[in-house]
Design a protein around this ligand. Structure first.
Ligand SMILES: C[S@@+](CC[C@H](N)C(=O)[O-])C[C@H]1O[C@@H](n2cnc3c(N)ncnc32)[C@H](O)[C@@H]1O
Length: 305
């Protein structure tokens, strides 16, 4: 995801010995679940969904009886369903067409299981697209679809597309007049990002270190209007510092976005990554635990006028 932290002289090592975590569905899923366990990420998203999002959701749809919603990189759907509960409160009698765009078969399966276990979702028609955001875009263009969306969200997924700004631009073009595009990424404002920049961020083929700050710069250049919010969030990364600890290694994989980072990174890079993670600008020690600051940024983008 967002912590591709390496030094420029490790470029070669990166391309030869290390591969991107997201290419391994199994390990990616395992490390993401562990990350969620150790972080307050979903909690802070829930706070946003129940406090700020309701007014935003109330503004979409223009009184339509059926809303078109799309989740891009929805994962196992927990956050999506949380948002639907608020959407339903604001649009009581509405039905929803929900397009789920998610390349991981395992994540899609978990999402379907979750839907089957939740009562009262009959008003939503789910369409499952086992595709990346870019594949979906290609498909959409080829089929000349003209359907317009009332609400599109991409939560913690833009790291995995080749050109995040082009992706934002395409999905924004699908919005109906009163539609909204919700983007959540790591915030560009936090000190971790500053640290990373100082030490030279290097991207792999499959993931980038894009932040909401980068997307804002892009949107500003296009004079697109949007609202923005910051969500303070933390991760307990203590286990990353115990040599040979399996959970620590998995978490480190997620943070660096590298498959088996501990086993494949050159020793110097590994030491540097650990040093950065516990740098006082990024982490603090609380009762013997290392707590890493991971502030998220939220952008709510308006349609093109
Ligand atoms: C960090 S998870 C976030 C999942 C969910 N949105 C959440 O916040 O819990 C990133 C998700 O993006 C998906 N993903 C990876 N590459 C993608 C791509 N190119 N297009 C769309 N989704 C992608 C992954 O399979 C994963 O489910």
């Amino acid at each position: 995801s967002w912590f591709i932290l390496t030094l420029s002289n490790y470029h070669l090592a990166m391309s030869y010995a290390m591969r991107s975590l997201v290419e391994d569905d199994n390990r990616y899923l395992k490390s993401f679940r562990l990350f969620l366990e150790c972080s307050s990420e979903h909690q802070c998203m829930q706070d946003f969904i129940h406090v700020i999002l309701p007014d935003i959701l109330a503004s979409i749809g223009e009184g339509k009886a059926n809303l078109n919603v799309m989740g891009v990189g929805s994962g196992a759907g927990e956050v999506d369903l949380e948002m639907f509960s608020e959407l339903r409160l604001k649009h009581l009698a509405v039905t929803v067409d929900n397009q789920v765009v998610e390349p991981s078969a395992q994540q899609l399966h978990l999402y379907k299981v979750l839907v089957s276990q939740k009562p009262n979702l009959d008003y939503i028609k789910f369409t499952w697209n086992k595709m990346t955001a870019t594949e979906f875009e290609k498909d959409w263009r080829e089929k000349n679809y003209t359907k317009k969306m009332d609400f599109i969200h991409m939560i913690q997924m833009l790291y995995y597309v080749k050109d995040p700004c082009a992706t934002v631009s395409f999905y924004q073009s699908l919005l109906d007049k009163k539609g909204k595009l919700l983007i959540i990424l790591v915030s560009g404002e936090d000190s971790w990002h500053t640290q990373n920049q100082k030490y030279c961020l290097c991207n792999t083929e499959s993931s980038h270190s894009v932040t909401t700050g980068d997307i804002k710069t892009y949107l500003d250049s296009k004079t697109v209007s949007y609202q923005s919010y910051e969500l303070p969030s933390q991760i307990d990364i203590t286990e990353c510092f115990t040599e040979g600890d399996q959970r620590g290694e998995l978490l480190l994989d997620f943070l660096t976005e590298v498959f088996n980072f501990s086993g494949t990174a050159p020793a110097g890079l590994k030491a540097r990554a650990l040093e950065l993670l516990r740098h006082p600008d990024c982490s603090k020690e609380v009762e013997g635990r290392v707590i890493f600051n991971n502030t998220l940024g939220v952008l709510v983008v308006d349609p093109l006028q």
